[in-house]
Design a protein around this ligand. Structure first.
Ligand code: FES
Ligand code: FES
Length: 162
């Protein structure tokens, strides 16, 4: 029996060596091999955003990325964004704006929004909406989610009201 090939990833700042089949997705490896359950399995088709992670700082859908295809790259998951002791401002914004119902979309919303604010610290409401338009929320908390991202942008600019 052929053993799956081994390869390296850097995940949340830590170098890890993995073995995975050519078909294994990045999401599968993160959740099942590394126990990182921040990224969620939603559609599995790249269409809902629940599985969003960063690859070299760019938001990407882990459910459709072959794990071997990102060998050697830098992966950041929700677990690497902030810590329990010190949340990322976007996480704090979601808490303050009470922008969750079931919470299933939140990983993707937070990772996508944090990537936006890293590139564009002061996005307009229209820009936030457009950036998050591919992230689905079945609970309809979009108004609160936009408010959460606006709070985070304000906090990151040093004008936090939270
Ligand atoms: S689970 Fe990856 S986009 Fe839906
Ligand atoms: S809060 Fe339930 S899917 Fe967004």
């Amino acid at each position: 029996m052929n053993r799956p090939p081994r390869f390296d990833l850097t995940v949340n700042g830590r170098r890890v060596e993995l073995a995975a089949s050519r078909e294994a997705t990045l999401l599968h490896v993160l959740r099942n091999d590394l126990g990182l359950n921040g990224p969620k399995y939603g559609c599995g088709l790249g269409q809902c955003g629940a599985c969003t992670v960063w690859v070299d700082g760019v938001a990407a859908r882990a459910c459709v990325i072959p794990a071997q295809g990102v060998a050697g790259r830098e992966i950041t998951t929700l677990e690497g964004l902030g810590s329990r002791e010190c949340w990322h401002p976007v996480q704090q914004g979601f808490e303050d704006a009470q922008a969750a119902q079931c919470g299933y979309c939140l990983n993707g919303m937070v990772m996508q929004a944090a990537a936006l604010l890293a590139r564009e610290p002061n996005p307009s409401e229209a820009r936030i909406r457009s950036e998050l338009s591919g992230n689905l929320c079945r609970c309809g908390t979009h108004v609160e989610i936009v408010a959460a991202v606006q709070r985070a942008a304000l906090a990151m600019a040093g004008g936090a009201d939270s």
